[in-house]
Design a protein around this ligand. Sequence first.
Ligand SMILES: NC(=O)c1ccc[n+]([C@@H]2O[C@H](COP(=O)([O-])OP(=O)(O)OC[C@H]3O[C@@H](n4cnc5c(N)ncnc54)[C@H](OP(=O)(O)O)[C@@H]3O)[C@@H](O)[C@H]2O)c1
Length: 321
Amino acid sequence: MKTYTIPKTDLTVSRLAYGCMKIGGGWNDEPLSAETREAAVRVALTAYEQGITLFDHADIYTRGKSEEAFAAVWGAIPRDKIVLQSKCGIRFQDDPPGAPARYDFSYEHIVRSVEGSLRRLQTDYLDLLLLHRPDPLVEPTEVARAFDALHASGKVRYFGVSNHSPAQIALLQATVSQPLVVNQVQLSLLHPYLISEGIVANIAGKPAALASGTLDYCRLTGILVQAWGPVDGGRLLNPPPDAVPHVKATAASVAQMAAAKGVSPEAIALAWLLRHPAGIQPIIGTTQPARVQASVQADAVTLTREEWYALFVAARGERVP
Ligand SMILES: NC(=O)c1ccc[n+]([C@@H]2O[C@H](COP(=O)([O-])OP(=O)(O)OC[C@H]3O[C@@H](n4cnc5c(N)ncnc54)[C@H](OP(=O)(O)O)[C@@H]3O)[C@@H](O)[C@H]2O)c1
């Protein structure tokens, strides 16, 4: 698989990344089962053998079990051959008892969260740490203090954010001394808003974009955009019977183009993201090795401008203005 270096880092990564959110079984306090651990290793190893080198985690995924399950790969995957990324900043309800679900970018929470991730992942360092969702109560000086401590101790090499707007990134970057090198956002043909906002700005009757200019800002500042939900949780490939017509129509367009090119529908859905000049890195989330194999076919597909727009128009449900 083709690779590139994330700007402002020495991290070389594959164009597709593997998302580990679902490899730990259920989002509950039941212990990790041997079967779940084995299945996690199987799918992670398939991704690695197919050339995927960036693995995405978060402290909260299946309440820590995804990171715990992933640690079983170390016999088969050398630590220095992959880029390990995790996230922090989301806290569950009742942690501690009575507390609401919330975001927490305090120094204590960031540092404690990374220490938990390192323990579960059985590694000494994260290559990348992302702040998971913007915290309205963020104090950039506290984030800066936490990042400095984690960087100085060698526990985290590089930092980034997720689901952040340009202004939120700029606010942090004004105080944080390490460059913010990644912004992970939801993006797919069925959730194309960060792309479509750019063509409907200043058109009567169209809602003002809330995340204005995120992709352009990331291009301008050399921040790697990672796309989570790149096949919209499977709806883009296998829409449920009650899906709205435009979802079915978009999935049909993807399937039709895949058949015409003799590739998997996964390859077309992901190639649509890869074709964007922002250099978007899709994070695939399937737990099935065969679907990982179908997904990596995207690396060999380059959509023409006409093909890209045909899918965009199908997903928008209307022609471009
Ligand atoms: N930063 C954030 O806020 C955020 C939020 C969510 C996720 N993420 C990250 O992004 C990664 C990917 O997110 P995602 O899981 O939403 O991505 P996704 O790749 O769009 O969706 C994966 C889901 O789709 C299902 N699926 C795939 N192909 C299918 C098909 N042909 N038919 C039916 N179902 C199919 C998979 O089921 P099977 O497992 O059965 O294939 C899995 O449940 C996560 O693992 C996580 O690392 C980040």
